[in-house]
Ligand binder design. Structure first.
Ligand SMILES: [Zn+2]
Ligand SMILES: [Zn+2]
Length: 723
């Protein structure tokens, strides 16, 4: 006879408390994913604690059953708990990423595929013939029905009729069976194998280690960490590689498959539900050894994860700005510390936080300073815009035009970098002297010529390009002010009508296979001139690229926060580093109005470590992170007065805590005062030193703040943005 047990079950909705349920199922224990009744619904829950014996257990509802026998490991639960404790975001929102929904786990239909059996068939319609020919050309003469439908547009009845004739047979594709890593030796350069063995030799089973793999763009950091990854996989362990940009994963996966014979899984928001289900299952059961993913991949329930790699660790896209607010780079380090495994942070331009941790001896550092195959850094030239002239409505200076012309003659590829999407950042009515603004946010609408609209880059609101001025009701008086990538492309087309050009920005990015086709055009050199936003700085490979032109190096330097210099340096350095990765004659031209600025001087002289040390020293001097800590409090709602009052109340509460190592600033209306029709007010807490005890006092206070119903309150620990 089995005993009835009682458990506390937690849900993925932050508003719900832990509720007690009973069960006779002996397999259910803490960490089990379960299906439970909740009100009139059935939902997914996680067995969280032993039940509260005060309850009369006969009145408790019963757990319906486990969800596919999935159980979260205790190590994983402590990771989620500590992620919650650090970020102060509700644990339920992390759990939601970790367990998905009940629907996600139900009705798991494996993708149906059809395989060609034989070619000798009689009485076949032209449509059927077309289908047979198509499948014959597919790998292993097999194709998924969804793909057949997409490519040929044939209905299921055509497929079924061939199945009846025995020409095709249906198979259930189980991708996980193909996962294996080839054990072919990978040839590393001397420098690369030195770096790899440094990390390998320090490896101790069940010991947490955080590594910075520091190497210039093109030094082959990827080869180094893939080499280490393949060793872990060879031992049957799982490896997670985080990438800063979703669109990179397809390209990256192909590279791995080509060179290492491994089939990697991918995890990001662009996957179909079935793909997500398959990856989730194989991550949880340990079949999938290598996962490449966006930041949310960190919250999957791996079976035996033993190495995490964060590629381009400095990249700001690891920071999730909406709830739950967290930094995946920092949480990757946390997860590795709980797993007692290695984490490798890879970058050519490491973040100051990581650099600081290396200096403190918390992180190990391994340098990979030579470019692969003895290639030198691109030659950088600053173009002083105080001296150079450009004609009206033109943004490319004469020296750059001359260099582009020379490069085109030599059949070299050129990248023009401007970190601004669309055609022009502002549209202005010449009669009324007012600009177009978002109706939901306190922002200017950006003109997108290709999309024929004006768009808000914060909330996505858009109006047609034929919109009227609110004052004079005319749509003919708008003029675009300033350049975006589309406008630069127009200028390029006028200057070099015979050159092929392409815009490389998130607006123009295509999904999956289509994206690969576009990338191939760049890789093959078919495209002469690429005009790109920050997206180009995210680890793409441009083998033919020789010349990089930066249109406006000063753009990021006007923001007022402590990371301005670091961010500007990272972006431009990464973009410049794309030039001449595979040859010695890479060149970069940088347009600036501030050629004496430390960022531009550092880029010119290629200081690398010297820059990082100087910047860290400046931060310590100024007493800002990573020396000390920032916590942002963001209050939003309808009425500004009420928000300010609530802010003042918080400030007074904070003062009454009597903490000497902390300061509080605000409340003040945020630089972007309105987003999605909500007014925003900010406070900033600053700690002078990293005092752990008082820090937890701050956290205890923050955790217990009661927020009025009509106010939204969010806490951003280690904020990246201050708008
Ligand atoms: Zn907006
Ligand atoms: Zn007007």
């Amino acid at each position: 006879m089995s005993f009835e047990k009682q458990f506390g079950v937690i849900f993925t909705n932050p508003k719900l408390p832990v509720l007690d349920y009973r069960t006779l199922d002996e397999n259910i224990e803490i960490g089990s994913l379960v299906e439970v009744p909740l009100g009139s619904k059935v939902v997914i829950g996680i067995v969280w604690s032993a039940g509260d014996t005060k309850f009369d257990h006969t009145r408790l509802k019963q757990i319906i059953g486990t969800v596919n026998n999935i159980k979260l490991r205790s190590e994983f639960i402590s990771f989620l708990k500590r992620a919650h404790a650090y970020t102060l975001s509700p644990i339920q929102s992390f759990l939601k990423m970790a367990v998905q929904s009940l629907q996600f786990h139900k009705d798991q239909k494996m993708p149906i595929a059809y395989k060609l059996n034989h070619y000798d068939y009689f009485q076949i319609t032209p449509r059927q013939k077309e289908l047979v020919k198509y499948i014959k050309e597919q790998p292993a003469e097999t194709a998924q029905y969804s793909k057949i439908k997409k490519d040929l547009g044939v209905s299921l009845s055509v497929v079924k009729s061939l199945e009846k004739k025995g020409v095709l047979s249906q198979i259930v594709e189980n991708k996980s069976k193909q996962e294996k890593m080839s054990h072919e030796p990978i040839t590393l350069s001397l420098e690369q194998s030195r770096a790899a063995s440094q990390i390998r030799e320090k490896y101790v089973e069940n010991e947490f280690q955080s590594w910075l793999l520091y190497g210039v763009t093109g030094s082959g950091k990827t080869e180094v960490y893939l080499n280490l990854a393949s060793e872990r996989i060879g031992k049957g362990e799982q490896v997670l590689i985080l990438l800063p940009e979703i669109s990179l994963t397809v390209d990256f996966k192909q590279r791995i498959m080509k060179r290492y014979g491994a089939i990697a899984g991918e995890w990001h928001s662009q996957l179909s539900l079935n793909e997500r289900r398959s990856v989730f299952k194989n991550v949880a059961n340990g079949c999938l050894k290598l996962l490449v993913g966006a930041r949310s991949a960190l919250f999957l329930p791996f079976k035996n994860l033993n190495l995490i790699i964060v590629d381009e660790e400095h990249d700001s896209s690891y920071k999730q700005e909406e709830a739950p607010i967290y930094n995946a780079r920092d949480l990757a380090v946390l997860r590795a510390s709980i797993l007692k495994s290695q984490v490798i942070l890879s970058s050519a331009t490491p973040s100051i936080e990581t650099w600081h941790n290396c200096k403190l001896g918390k992180y190990h550092k391994v340098n990979l300073l030579k470019r692969f195959g003895e290639v030198y850094e691109p030659r950088v030239t600053l173009i002083d815009m105080n001296v150079e002239e450009t004609s009206k409505n033109s943004w490319i200076s004469v020296p750059i035009i001359d260099q582009i012309r020379l490069s085109l003659e030599k059949k070299e590829q050129i990248l023009i970098f401007l970190n601004r999407r669309g055609y022009a950042p502002i549209a202005f009515c010449t009669t009324c002297r007012i600009s177009l603004e978002c109706k939901n946010c306190s922002t200017k609408l950006v003109y997108h010529k290709t999309k024929k609209c004006y768009m808000c880059h914060i909330c996505g609101y858009r109006v047609s390009e034929t919109t009227e001025c609110v004052k004079c009701k005319s749509s003919d008086n708008f003029i675009p002010i300033g350049p975006g990538v589309e406008r630069i492309r127009d200028e390029v087309s006028k200057l070099f009508p015979d050159a092929t050009s392409m815009i490389f920005s998130s607006d123009n990015l295509l999904k999956g296979e289509k994206n690969l086709e576009e990338m191939d055009k760049i890789k093959s050199g078919e495209i002469n001139i690429i005009i790109g936003t920050q997206l180009v700085s995210k680890g793409y490979n441009f083998p033919h690229l020789k010349l990089v032109a930066v249109i406006d190096a000063d753009m990021g330097l006007n923001a007022g926060d402590h990371r301005v210099i670091e961010k500007s340096y990272q972006v431009i350095k990464q973009v410049v580093g794309r030039a001449g990765r595979y040859a010695s004659d890479g060149r970069a031209l940088i347009q600036t109005w501030m050629p004496r600025h430390p960022v531009l001087q550092a880029l010119l002289k290629d200081h690398g470590e010297k820059f990082l040390n100087a910047e860290l020293e400046q931060r310590i001097e100024a007493n800002v992170p990573p020396h000390g800590k920032f916590i942002s409090l963001i209050i939003s709602g309808k009425k500004e007065r009420q928000l300010i009052d609530f802010g003042i109340k918080l400030k007074n509460q904070f003062y009454s805590l009597n903490l000497h190592d902390f300061e509080i600033f605000g409340p003040a209306v945020a630089p972007i005062s309105r987003i999605k029709n909500k007014t925003r007010v900010r406070l900033l807490i600053k700690s002078n030193k990293m005092k752990k005890i008082s820090q937890s006092e701050v956290r205890d206070w923050l955790r217990n703040i009661s927020v009025p119903n009509n106010i939204y309150f969010s806490i951003d620990i280690d904020p990246y943005n201050f708008y």
